[in-house]
Write a protein that binds this ligand. Structure first.
Ligand SMILES: Nc1ncnc2c1ncn2[C@@H]1O[C@H](COP(=O)(O)OP(=O)(O)OP(=O)(O)O)[C@@H](O)[C@H]1O
Ligand SMILES: [Mg+2]
Length: 360
């Protein structure tokens, strides 16, 4: 696992807090010898402009919302696991000569400028993971480096502190759903799955082989672009468009509803094409490897017929990621009737909620 920050505090029971650009999601998991179960899940909308492309633009507003979500969910825990996303975090795969971990740590510190867009590593939080021997040259090894400016990491830590909370692990968005996948799905060492998170402002793609990331990419095109398209089509506000996108046209006939759904899918087409392009790129650079399945998460995975559309486009079985294959949930706290909608929305928060201090 790749973390930008881990604070050893002795507290073991952490809570997953997914800080998205459109909403905060909190997942409290209980783990014991019988496995894991989701005890609480809560979502609170975030006003536009608080998080912009992964950067915290309005810290007091975020602190207020963090307070609110803890109160609403009645979660009594203090330690948060969250993640950085968007352009605020850099994920880079590099190939280097074989060396041990200590040598590698020194090399990255001294020469990171060669691989990362930072001049001084003193200003940067970073982590790396050795993926293994390079496929083409056994004297070399593949490494993933993640890095983010301390200033950005600290802005989130401070907002949480202002809310009376504590961020203990700062994970990196593309890898969070990998934790959920490892916990929930059965796979063998060679099996390739593509995990795609389609949120409000960002779409993140992570190709995993045997549970380890081999390719990641994200782009700033997601649900908001569809809302904006509907806004234009119906000449309404963003908020109105958001509401009809998720809930349908108020008092609309069956025909209107059908028309709306097909417009939404049509407006999602640029996102689908970008996904297709990324997968084509992966297939061509990684020797046309066979993809077993595509798993969708994020609120925009809820777009009607998107899984069917993508499975035809990509020619791979595509489903909504199911956090509850092996993780149970508390039927008293979780809105069971709404479970199908909760699954993709809660996926990242649940992936975060699975983390423990020192579990790397
Ligand atoms: N049933 C639905 N149909 C279509 N779109 C939906 C549905 N439910 C939610 N969405 C869309 O999903 C998006 C929100 O998803 P999510 O909560 O995953 O985003 P986020 O985490 O806040 O944003 P990001 O990860 O991009 O910063 C919004 O654009 C919303 O309109
Ligand atoms: Mg998100």
């Amino acid at each position: 696992m790749l973390d930008l920050k881990e604070v050893f505090s002795g507290k073991k029971r952490l809570v997953g807090l997914d800080i998205g650009s459109s909403s905060l999601k909190l997942a409290e998991l209980i783990s014991n010898s019988k496995g894991h179960y989701l005890n609480r899940f809560c979502e609170v909308p975030l006003p536009k402009g608080v998080i912009i492309d992964g950067v915290l633009a309005d810290a007091p507003a975020l602190a207020l919302k963090i307070k609110e979500i803890f109160k609403l969910s009645k979660c009594g825990r203090k330690g948060i696991v969250t993640s950085l996303a968007g352009s605020s975090v850099i994920v880079k795969k590099v190939t280097l000569e074989q060396m041990n971990e200590a040598e590698l740590r020194d090399l990255i510190r001294d020469e990171a400028g060669k691989y990362l867009p930072f001049d001084n590593m003193d200003d940067v939080n970073y982590d790396f993971q050795i993926l293994g021997e390079n496929n083409y040259n056994p004297n070399q090894m593949d490494i993933i480096i993640v890095a983010a400016k301390k200033e950005i990491v600290n802005s989130y830590l401070e907002a949480a502190t202002a809310a009376g909370q504590n961020i203990q692990i700062m994970d990196v968005a593309p890898f969070v759903l990998e934790t959920l996948y490892e916990t929930n799905y059965e796979f063998d060492n060679e099996e390739i799955a593509v995990i795609i998170n389609i949120g409000a402002s960002t779409t993140g793609i992570n190709v995993v082989k045997g549970g380890t990331s081999v390719f990641t990419r994200d782009f700033a095109l997601a649900g908001n672009s569809i809302t904006e398209g509907l806004q234009e089509k119906y000449k309404i506000t963003f908020e109105e468009a958001e509401s009809i996108k998720v809930e349908g046209l108020p008092g609309g006939s069956e025909g209107d509803d059908r028309d709306l759904k097909s417009s939404i899918l049509e407006l999602a087409q640029p996102i689908c094409m970008e996904i297709e392009r990324s997968i084509d790129y992966f297939r061509s650079t990684f020797g046309g490897e066979d993809i077993k399945q595509v798993l969708l998460a994020g609120g925009s995975a809820g777009i009607q017929n998107l899984t069917k559309h993508l499975s035809e486009m990509l020619n791979v079985k595509t489903e909504i990621m199911d956090p509850f294959l092996k993780i149970n949930y508390n039927k008293r706290n979780i809105d069971v009737k709404n479970l199908a909608n909760i699954k993709p929305v809660a996926a990242t928060a649940i992936g975060l909620g699975l983390r423990k201090i020192g579990d790397k």
